[in-house]
Write a protein that binds this ligand. Structure first.
Ligand code: COA
Length: 276
C-alpha cells in the first residue's frame, strides 16, 4: 500500500540525491567524494582545504560530525512521520517480539533462518534490534543488527568497529511509508552511539527496493559477491562509512587503490549471515 503525504515530499527532498548510481567503491574517501551526503561537496572541500590551515584529520572530523547530526535530525522527522500514521518505534522487548519478528522476516526471505540465528543476534544485541509497531502493538517492521571489531584494512592500527545489518523487513501492508528507512536510520544512529566506524550489509543484486532504500541513505556498493545466496543470485555488499578509518585518519596516503576490491582483511572478516 502506498501512502503519500506532504511529509513524504519533504522527506523525499531530505533523502534525495545521495545515490552512487551503482558504482562500486572501495574507500570512504571515494564514497564521500561521490555522494553529497558524505559532506565533501566542492564548497565544503574548499572551505576546509589544507591551505586554510585545517588538517585532513580535523576536516574529516567536521565532515563526520555534520553527517552524524544530519542522520539524527532525519531520524526525528521519520519518527514524527510514523506517529502521524499510528506507527511507533521501539527496541526489542522480549519473546513476544521475537516470534513476531520471525514471522515477519520468514515471509520475505529466500533463505529461512532457525530460531537460533535470531537468538544469536537479538539476545546479544537487543538494543540493535529496532521495531516498528502499529497502534495494536503488532510488529510491522524490524531491523536486526550486530557489532564486531574487525582488522583494520590498512594494516597496523586500531581495529575497525563494524556494524552489521543482518535482517530488515516491513510488512507488505505498510510498505512505501518510510518505515524501512526509519528502521535503518534508527539502527545507524545506535551504531554511531556505539562508536562504529562503518555499517555493512549484503543484499541481492536484484533487490531494487533495498538497494534504493540504502543508497538513498548514502550506502555505497562496496563489493559484488558472486552467487552469494543459495538461489545462485549475486549480492552487493553495501557500506556506509560513519568515520574515516582509524588508522587512516592521519595517513590518507595509505588508503588502498580504488579498484572496487575489498582488502584481504575485509575478506577475512566477512559477516556471517547471508540474507540481509
Ligand atoms: C525493502 C523494504 C524493507 C523497504 O521497506 P519500506 O518501508 O517499504 O521502504 P521505504 O518506504 O522506507 O522506502 C524508501 C525508498 O526505498 C525505495 N523503495 C522501497 N520499496 C521499493 C520498491 N518496491 N520498488 C522500488 N523502490 C522501492 C524507494 O526509493 C523508496 O522511496 P520512495 O517511496 O520515496 O520512492 C521492504 O520492501 C521489504 O520488507 N522487502 C522484503 C524484505 C527485504 O527485501 N529486505 C531487505 C533485505 S536487504
Amino acid at each position: 500500500m502506498r501512502h503519500r503525504t506532504m511529509d513524504d515530499a519533504l522527506l523525499q527532498n531530505l533523502l534525495s540525491g545521495l545515490s552512487l548510481n551503482g558504482q562500486v567503491v572501495s574507500s570512504p574517501s571515494t564514497a564521500a567524494s561521490l555522494h553529497p551526503d558524505g559532506g565533501l561537496s566542492d564548497a565544503y572541500s574548499k572551505s576546509f582545504h589544507p591551505r586554510n590551515g585545517v588538517s585532513e584529520y580535523d576536516r574529516q572530523k567536521m565532515v563526520e560530525a555534520e553527517r552524524n547530526e544530519r542522520i539524527m535530525a532525519r531520524k526525528q522527522q521519520l519518527v514524527e512521520l510514523g506517529q502521524s500514521r499510528g506507527i511507533h518505534y521501539v527496541t526489542y522487548g522480549g519473546e513476544d517480539h521475537l516470534h513476531q519478528i520471525m514471522d515477519l522476516i520468514t515471509r520475505d526471505f529466500s533463505e529461512p533462518y532457525s530460531i537460533y540465528t535470531y537468538r544469536y543476534f537479538i539476545y546479544q544485541w537487543p538494543k540493535l534490534c529496532h521495531l516498528a509497531l502499529n497502534a495494536d502493538e503488532k510488529v510491522v517492521g524490524a531491523i536486526v543488527c550486530k557489532m564486531e571489531n574487525t582488522k583494520s584494512p590498512f594494516g597496523a592500527g586500531d581495529p575497525v568497529r563494524r556494524g552489521y545489518i543482518a535482517m530488515l523487513a516491513v510488512d507488505k501492508s505498510e510498505r512505501r511509508a518510510k518505515i524501512g528507512t526509519a528502521l535503518v536510520v534508527s539502527a545507524v544512529e545506535s551504531l554511531m552511539n556505539y562508536s562504529c566506524d562503518e555499517v555493512v550489509l549484503e543484499t541481492e543484486t536484484t533487490n531494487q527496493a533495498a538497494l534504493r532504500l540504502y543508497e538513498n541513505l548514502g550506502f555505497a556498493r562496496h563489493k559484488r559477491l558472486l552467487k552469494y545466496y543459495l538461489n545462485g543470485v549475486d549480492a552487493f555488499r553495501l557500506k556506509l562509512w560513519l568515520r574515516f578509518p582509524p588508522s587512516n585518519r592521519e595517513k590518507s596516503s595509505l588508503a588502498p587503490a580504488q579498484t572496487g576490491q575489498a582488502t584481504q582483511a575485509e575478506e577475512d572478516s566477512t559477516a556471517t549471515v547471508q540474507n540481509s
